[in-house]
Design a binder for this molecule. Structure first.
Ligand code: SF4
Ligand code: SF4
Length: 157
């Protein structure tokens, strides 16, 4: 294991202890960003179907989890629920549909639930298009603003 990875693991467990404090939350957020987790959630649930999990044959979810919330023990994948940020990386790489199920709650109260890689891709595409739309609306609040930027007016069309 590289020195950087070892340090990141130590940071994760240290920050887990401090996470409930304001300062801890700020450091937790910074650490997740450094691990390339751009969107994470404080509220949600995760479960793994032990009957369909291929366990030893893959362990892909364990390798993909950025916060080390998943581990292998006693013939099954364990979850440290306090470490899970419901990012979806494990569902995205799981080889069995509906094996890992995640439900997460956004700050605006909406909930998202997914259990297949395809669900995650659709969800991420939806999130990205909403962000793109918001960015475009920020630059061009209406049609007039867009036409003005192009040197045109509605009547000229
Ligand atoms: S959703 Fe999966 S990959 Fe993301 S933190 Fe939770 S267990 Fe890890
Ligand atoms: S990736 Fe899916 S099938 Fe593989 S160990 Fe994780 S939960 Fe089980």
């Amino acid at each position: 294991m590289s020195k950087n990875k070892k340090n990141a693991n130590a940071d994760i467990f240290q920050l887990l202890l401090e996470k409930k404090e304001k300062q801890g939350k700020i450091k937790w957020k910074a650490l997740l960003e450094s691990l390339n987790v751009k969107e994470f959630f404080e509220n949600g649930s995760i479960s793994i179907n032990e009957r369909t999990c291929q366990g030893l044959e893959c362990e892909l979810c364990i390798k993909a989890c950025p916060t080390k919330a998943l581990y292998w023990r006693d013939g099954k994948v364990g979850i440290i629920k306090d470490l899970c940020v419901y990012c979806g990386a494990c569902v995205l790489c799981c080889i069995v549909d509906d094996c890992i199920t995640i439900t997460r709650k956004r700050a605006d109260g909406t909930t998202e639930s997914f259990s297949k890689p395809g669900d995650v891709v659709v969800l991420f595409n939806g999130i990205n298009s909403r962000k793109r739309h918001q960015r475009v609306r920020g630059i061009f609040p209406d049609d007039e603003a867009y036409l003005k930027r192009c040197g045109k007016t509605k009547t000229a069309l």
